[in-house]
Design a protein around this ligand. Structure first.
Ligand code: HSE
Length: 436
């Protein structure tokens, strides 16, 4: 049998501990599949004493992950520390420069430094595997990078954050408050160390930027993403969406348009009957539309220890199966130096339907004024509903669903309605996404 693949794990939190457990519990199967054992020979974590449910007594401990990356007797460096700078970045760079393969679940790091790290990996002839960085256990990186070669992608979109989907699902199904749902998501190990990254959409944006690069062969452009989180989604929005045949999901969408690529992350109305609307709880889903294949939808567990560990272990096993001298494929599907510059489409040109919820004074002429602002901006309405608002004030709630229009037109119309002085609170605008 070939020699064991020696693995160093940096970071033994929820995901790192789950990886160590899976490697231990599945040692027999993995050895048979890979033709050699996979052994954890080195680890780095702050707390040496904590019970992680795996026997790490044979592993060498390092306080500094970069020292592990440089000095440990390892073939693969598994980075599960998190963060786009600091120890995560330094240790991954160190490992790649030292000619060691790297497996990481760190979407923030890849979103910021992925292309530079890919250049090092490709120059040194080692693998940089990151299946766990996007959509937890769903094998979407392999799908885009390997299975869809030759396809031209027109749109890739999906539910990429388990925490947000868990919150929105429970708010709708059980009428719970946002804060209660978030606390549960944290307790279950779904949320980021700083959950603002989840609920304000940054985590989805990091993942989307990686998918965009894979889908369109462009450099990663995480700073060029239109971003809105779910923290201002209320029960009133969720109820209104349901009444009108929609469900609210936080989607990341990357789409080719005539003027460039749209990358956007925002709460989105999807038709209740669509497949993506049925994706609930911590489950993620990614839809990919291509010229040859048509539409593909992948869905599965998107966050948590085991889901992420499944993808990390798969990446480690790929390395265990590769043989010395084998030429590894490029990290982002195209050689890093050949990734094209990213050309951003302006958000104002985005075309689609919109949900607009207004709380307005209950007085004569308001409805007509709202309708006029819509007409003045060439916005055609699919439906308009008015009902009493939740508050005791003399207010009404007006809900509009538009036919396809532009972001610029909607912003102008809503600004106009606000300036007219008829609204009693900030209008809520939620984009509608076409979904099968
Ligand atoms: N906090 C992330 C989520 C973890 O909720 O999806 C997986 O990346």
């Amino acid at each position: 049998m070939a020699e064991a693949l020696r693995v160093g794990i940096a970071g033994l939190g929820t995901v790192g501990a789950a990886v160590a457990r899976v490697l231990e519990q599945k040692a027999g199967e993995l050895t048979r599949q890979c033709g050699r054992p996979i052994v954890v020979t080195a680890v780095s974590a702050r707390d040496r004493k904590r019970d992680r449910g795996a026997d790490l007594s044979g592993a060498q401990w390092f306080d500094d992950p970069s020292e592990l990356a440089r000095k440990a007797q390892i073939d693969v460096f598994v980075e599960l520390i998190g963060g786009d700078e600091g120890p995560a970045r330094t240790s991954v760079k160190t490992a790649l420069e030292a000619g060691r393969h790297v497996v990481t679940a760190n979407k923030a790091l890849l979103a910021k430094h992925g292309v530079a790290l890919a250049e090092i990996a490709e120059r040194r002839g080692v693998l940089l595997n990151y299946e766990a960085a996007v959509a937890g256990g769903i094998p979407v990186i392999k799908t885009l990078r390997e299975a869809l070669a030759g396809n031209s992608v027109s749109r890739v979109f999906g539910i990429l954050n388990g925490t947000c989907n868990y919150i929105l699902t429970r708010m709708e199904a059980e009428g719970l408050s946002f804060d209660d749902c978030l606390a549960d998501a944290q307790r279950l190990g779904y949320a980021e160390a700083d959950p603002t990254f989840d609920i304000e959409g940054n985590d989805t944006a990091h993942k989307l930027s990686i998918l965009t690069s894979l889908a369109f062969g462009t450099k990663i452009a995480a700073d060029d993403i239109y971003l809105e989180g779910i923290s201002n989604i209320t029960q009133a929005d969720i109820r209104a969406a349901r009444d009108l045949g929609y469900r609210i999901k936080l989607l990341g969408v990357a789409q080719k348009t005539d003027s460039g690529i749209e990358q956007r992350v925002h709460p989105t109305m999807v038709p209740t009957a669509s497949v993506i609307a049925q994706v609930n709880g911590v489950t993620n889903a990614v839809a990919i539309e291509t010229d040859i294949l048509g539409e593909l939808l992948l869905s599965g567990p998107g966050a948590g220890g085991n889901a992420t560990a499944s993808a990390v272990v798969g990446d480690v096993a790929d390395i265990a199966k590769s043989r010395p001298g084998f030429q590894h494929g490029p990290v982002f599907g195209w050689p890093a130096k050949e990734l094209k510059p990213y050309k951003k489409a302006k958000m104002r040109s985005h075309a689609g339907g919109y949900f607009i919820r207004l709380t307005v004074h209950d007085r004569i002429g308001v409805f007509a004024a709202v309708a006029k602002r819509m007409a003045d901006n060439d916005i055609s309405l699919e439906s308009i509903v008015q009902h009493a608002s939740d508050s005791a004030e003399a207010e009404k709630t007006v809900i509009l669903i538009t036919h396809e229009t532009t972001e610029a037109a909607v912003r102008k119309a809503v600004d106009g309605i606000t300036r007219d002085g008829h609204t009693t609170s900030k209008p809520q605008v939620i984009r509608i996404e076409r979904a099968a």
